[in-house]
Design a protein around this ligand. Structure first.
Ligand code: HAM
Length: 410
């Protein structure tokens, strides 16, 4: 019996994982600069956390959750996103009032699989608690932009919007949308009843045309939210962070209360062009049983970032050995000794222990893209030195151990 992976999930093979390591390493470097600490939360949570947290009317809760009953009959969900679990952990472990956290791990959504859209995917996320100021929104957005820059993705667009509508806006919007019923797709007709604002975000061309004159949220903001939003834009400008105001961007999760943002790219299909997204959610901590606490954050999808980078032909060779040891079968002990001495010096060294022919060992060194090869054969042992070959230039010299270290570290 041969088994295959399930639909919508991926094996990330060693050819691709260096790009993943690159993304994770760069993101962690930025978190260090901004003083954010790693938090690890479980992949499984009680279902209520998400129905309460993300919202009953969201697509995720309505259609996409992987849920099951455990052996004691508890209703469990494989987390579809990270924020709700982080908020639970923040409350349960009394981490307040202020905490700057980041996390990474698998999320699960039963979506229609396609390039950049998977049923199990990895997010790197950030949640910041306890700061209600526009400086915090601007800092979090700047940090997101910094991560994208550090990863090396170019040409992405930062879209921003504010969701703090004044009372009466939703009634006004619903009344407008009612007049457009004949032009709306079935999905939008459904949303019109539940969450009219999401109709504005529909990708269907007919729906887009129908809502062109809809009352916009940014023209109907609460006065204090408007001032906050204006300040965020001023701060983004002050750090040279380019953005586009997109008043139809509403996000798919119900917990947002203020400024939201998405970084999009034209390098992936139109349905999954968002590589990083987030926003302010000032009510969620209280809704999930904690004290009222302002919060904001974002998450990026590692698969989408990796697909953009590889699509642009960017290769990352993180795990290339500095040096590969080619040893005659009679000198495996000497080779093994050298391998450990090199590693002790912080040099990435590799070797194959089977004592195959020099030709086959050289082939292995080439396939691993090793920068140097050191040869240990009878001649070298007699000379009391090692033959060091620079695989890029092709030059070879007889050198001692200290010289190898110096040359490789140069
Ligand atoms: P989200 O927009 O649902 O937000 O997801 C964030 C990112 O995860 C997306 O921009 C995308 O890169 C990636 N992503 C989402 N779904 C998939 C999928 N099916 N396959 C591959 N990648 C995917 C959140 O999850 C919020 N928790 C973000 C947040 C944090 N807001 C505040 N704090």
């Amino acid at each position: 019996m041969k088994y295959q992976r399930l639909r919508g999930v991926k094996d990330v093979l060693p050819d691709s994982t260096p790009v993943w390591e690159h993304i994770i390493t760069k993101a962690c470097g930025v978190f260090g600069m901004y003083d954010y600490r790693l938090l690890i939360t479980p992949t499984i949570e009680e279902i209520g956390l998400f129905t309460r947290g993300i919202g009953e009317s969201s697509d995720i809760v309505m259609k996409e959750m992987y849920d099951f009953k455990d052996k004691k009959g508890r209703h469990i969900v494989l987390r579809p996103e990270g924020t709700a679990g982080v908020v639970r952990a923040y409350i349960e472990n009394n981490m307040g009032p202020k905490a700057n956290l980041f996390y990474l791990g698998q999320m699960f959504r039963y979506e229609r699989p396609q390039a950049g859209r998977y049923r199990e995917f990895f997010q790197i996320g950030v949640e910041s608690f306890g700061d209600a100021t526009p400086y915090k929104d601007a800092e979090v957005i700047r940090m997101a932009a910094g991560i994208i820059e550090a990863i090396g993705i170019t040409g992405s667009i930062l879209n921003i919007n504010c969701l703090a509508a004044e009372d009466g806006y939703y009634d006004k919007l619903k009344a407008f949308l009612e007049t457009k019923r004949p032009h709306l797709c079935e999905d939008c007709l459904n949303k019109l009843e539940r969450v009219p604002i999401r109709v504005l975000d529909c990708k269907n061309e007919t729906c887009k045309k129908a809502v062109v004159d809809a009352p916009l949220i940014t023209q109907n903001l609460k006065p204090d939210a408007l001032a906050h939003y204006v300040k965020i834009k001023e701060l983004l400008n002050s750090t040279g962070t380019a953005f586009v105001e997109t008043p139809t961007m509403v996000r798919g999760l119900d917990y947002y209360t203020g400024t939201v943002f998405e970084f999009t790219t034209d390098k992936l299909g139109p349905q999954q062009n968002t590589i990083l997204a987030g926003g302010r959610y000032d009510n969620l901590v209280e809704e999930l049983g904690g004290k009222k606490t302002p919060a904001t954050g974002f998450a990026l999808g590692i698969e989408r970032m990796a697909e953009v980078l590889t699509g642009e032909g960017k290769t990352v060779d993180l795990n290339v050995p500095d040096i590969f040891i080619v040893a005659d079968k009679a000198y495996l002990n000497e080779g093994y000794g050298l391998l450990n001495k090199l590693r002790a010096q912080g040099i990435k060294a590799a070797m194959s222990f089977e004592g195959n022919s020099f030709k086959s060992q050289f082939r292995e060194a080439e396939s691993k893209k090793s920068r140097f090869v050191v040869v240990i054969g009878e001649n070298e042992i007699k000379a009391g030195n090692f033959a060091l070959k620079n695989m890029k230039s092709g030059t070879q010299q007889l050198v001692d151990f200290d010289c190898i270290v110096k040359e490789v570290k140069k």
